[in-house]
Design a protein around this ligand. Structure first.
Ligand SMILES: [Fe+2]
Length: 194
C-alpha cells in the first residue's frame, strides 16, 4: 500500500468514526486512484518538525500525513499579492480526494490544510458547502451571519454556499480536514471584501 493510500485509509477511518462527518456526507464510494505528481511547498518541507499533537482519534491521520507528505501535491490557491509572503511560507493544502485529487471522486471533495501560528486567512467564499474538522490546534472562525467560534481539535464548523468566512490561527499550528459537497465542488475559494 502506498503512503498516500495509507493516508486515505486513515482519513476514511476517522471520517467513518465521526458522526458529525458522516451526517454531513457519507464517505464517497466512487474513489479511484489518480496519477498525481508530488508537488512540495514550504510547509511540506517542514511538516516533520511541526508540533501537531492532535488527539487520540486524529493522530493516525497526522502520522500518515507526515509520512505521505513527500508524495503529495501541495497547493496554494492564492498569490502573494492576495495573501502576502508570510502566509505562503506557512500555509498549504492537499486535495486528497475530489475532482482533481489524489483519488478521484465526483461525490465529495476532501482536503487536508495546514496553517502556521499567527495567521489570518482573510475573508473568502466558495460555492460549495463546506465542513471543517480540526485535526490539531485551534483557530477562531468568523462567518457572515454566524457567531464567532474557537474551533478546537475534534470540533467541526460548517459554511454554507457562498458564505464569506475568515479564520485566525493562534499560538500553534492548525491542521484541518475539510470536505466540500454540492454545487461548485470543483471550484476554488476566492477572496472577498469583508
Ligand atoms: Fe472555506
Amino acid at each position: 500500500m502506498s503512503r498516500v493510500q495509507r493516508l486515505l485509509d486513515a482519513v476514511r477511518k476517522l471520517h467513518e468514526a465521526t458522526p458529525e462527518l458522516m451526517a454531513y456526507a457519507p464517505w464517497p464510494d466512487d474513489l479511484s486512484a489518480q496519477q498525481v505528481m508530488p508537488h512540495p511547498c514550504p510547509v511540506a518541507q517542514t511538516m516533520g518538525d511541526r508540533k501537531l499533537p492532535g488527539s487520540r482519534s486524529t493522530r493516525p491521520v497526522i502520522q500518515a500525513l507526515r509520512a505521505a507528505t513527500p508524495d503529495l501535491e501541495w497547493r496554494q490557491t492564492y498569490s502573494e499579492a492576495e495573501v502576502g509572503a508570510e502566509f505562503l511560507q506557512t500555509y498549504g493544502y492537499v486535495e486528497l480526494f475530489g475532482p482533481g485529487g489524489h483519488f478521484r471522486s465526483r461525490k465529495l471533495r476532501g482536503y487536508i490544510g495546514f496553517w502556521g501560528p499567527g495567521l489570518t486567512y482573510d475573508w473568502h467564499a466558495h460555492e460549495a458547502e463546506e465542513l471543517y474538522f480540526t485535526l490539531s490546534g485551534n483557530a477562531v472562525f468568523c462567518a457572515h451571519g454566524a457567531p464567532n467560534v474557537m474551533l478546537r481539535t475534534g470540533q467541526a464548523r460548517a459554511h454554507h454556499s457562498n458564505q464569506p468566512h475568515l479564520m485566525v490561527t493562534l499560538d500553534r499550528p492548525y491542521l484541518a480536514y475539510a470536505v466540500w459537497r454540492g454545487a461548485g465542488m470543483e471550484g476554488l475559494p476566492k477572496m472577498v471584501a469583508s
